[in-house]
Write a protein that binds this ligand. Structure first.
Ligand code: 3PG
Ligand code: MG
Length: 392
């Protein structure tokens, strides 16, 4: 892949402007999930070991070019220092002075780059002022790479640029999953709506041999085949679209797997009365909330015959018991195949990480991306500006 890594750069004594994604969930001033912070540890460790002065550039929330005190990055400094094992400095002004006070191995976090309107507008002037503070640019924020912003895009062209360790790992995993994967390839796509994943489905049918559709969007595909899904979540205005995707899949030699049996309830709440029925036999007034055991069996058989799996979205309403069962069972089977060395499994996007954590398999997948939108855009086959800028 056409980009440089930390191994290709002169780093000793250099100020390395390092774009990271530490847009982590915070409740009452405390970071509740440090996954994204943990992912940048290898990059910062290697930079420090090479004698670099590490300036971290990051966004937090969507302050829209204004100073919004609740979105200050200052609140993540304690978690960051813990994870990195070094006292992280913080600058919210006088940036030049703060940088000139750094010594080799120091780590300094700048205030939320989105407080400046130049960030989201990919402003050359803003990027140039930042570039003037550093010697090298390193991007370790794959999950922000779908944004053409000053610190993910313009800045990359102004200094010698490279990918950080997490960006490197991410791109390698994605390449193995859809770039040049070992066939046969299966994709699991779940989640509520077809409408949010049209481009993704259209791209996948040309890339994978088996498309396993679950979640609310499966209902739309079932309805498109004439199934009465009753009260289930379903985009009735997209039946033609679903039929079109099915036709494209057939043309491309991609089989689409829809649930054969489903778990239904009369209302969406935890532990209601449920029944497991054939997909075409949803009782009047009931709704589909998960795939059933036959469907899971079918998915397991398909995965047994595949060498690569890319997974986005849950198969059912996994956040509510017992509708997490299909997702958990299928994920555990994928995890087992991965442990056995039979499957390369890559997952990411939105609820996926939460679903796989819930299934207890996050450690066993080949790679789990912390990216939401960037992972989806990549699955759609789009070029990500932050990645493209690194290879330029
Ligand atoms: C994310 O949380 O998805 C990334 O940090 C990107 O944030 P954004 O969607 O606000 O650009
Ligand atoms: Mg997002």
């Amino acid at each position: 892949m056409g980009f440089r890594t930390l191994d290709d750069m002169e780093l000793s004594g250099k100020v390395v402007l390092t774009r990271v994604d530490i847009n982590v969930p915070v409740e009452n001033g405390r970071v509740t999930d440090t996954t994204r912070i943990d992912r940048i540890v290898p990059t910062v460790r290697d930079l420090r070991a090479a004698g670099a002065r590490v300036v971290l550039l990051a966004h937090f929330g969507r302050p829209k070019g204004k100073v919004v005190p609740e979105m200050s990055l200052k609140q993540v400094v304690p978690s960051l220092s813990d994870a990195l094992g070094v006292e992280v400095g913080f600058a919210d002004g006088n940036y030049g002075q703060a940088v000139s006070g750094m010594e080799d191995g120091d780590v300094l976090l700048f205030e939320n780059v989105r407080f400046n309107p130049g960030e989201e507008s990919d402003d050359e002037g803003f990027a140039r002022r930042l570039a003037g503070l550093g010697d090298v640019y390193c991007n370790d924020a794959f999950s922000a790479a779908h944004r053409a912003h000053a610190t993910t895009h313009a800045l990359a062209r102004m200094l010698p640029a490279c990918a950080g360790r997490s960006m490197e790992a991410e791109l390698k995993a994605l390449e193995a999953a859809l770039g040049s994967p070992r066939p046969p390839v299966a994709a699991v796509v779940g989640g509520a709506k077809v409408s949010s994943k049209l481009d993704l489905l259209a791209n996948l049918v040309t890339k994978v041999q088996h498309l396993i559709i679950g979640g609310g969007m499966a209902n739309t595909f079932l309805a498109a085949q004439g199934v009465d899904v009753q009260k289930s979540l379903c985009e009735h205005d997209l039946l033609d679209t679903a039929r079109d995707i099915a036709a494209r899949a057939e043309q491309a030699g991609c089989t689409i797997l829809l649930p054969r049996d489903v778990v239904v309830a009369q209302e969406f709440r935890a532990n209601p009365e449920t029944r497991t029925v054939k997909a075409e036999e949803v009782p009047e007034g009931w709704m589909i909330l998960d795939a059933g055991p036959d469907s899971v069996m079918h998915i397991r058989t398909v995965l047994d015959g595949c060498a690569t799996l890319v997974w986005n979205g849950p198969l059912g309403a996994f956040e509510m018991e017992p509708f997490d069962r299909a997702t958990t069972a299928a994920a555990q089977h994928a995890a087992k195949l991965t442990r056995d060395g039979a499957l390369v499994s890559v997952a990411g996007g939105g609820d996926t990480v939460a679903a796989l954590n819930h299934a207890g398999v996050a450690e066993d997948f080949t790679y789990i991306s912390t990216a939401g939108g960037a992972f989806l855009e990549w699955m759609e086959g789009k070029e990500l500006p932050g990645v493209a800028a690194l290879s330029a």
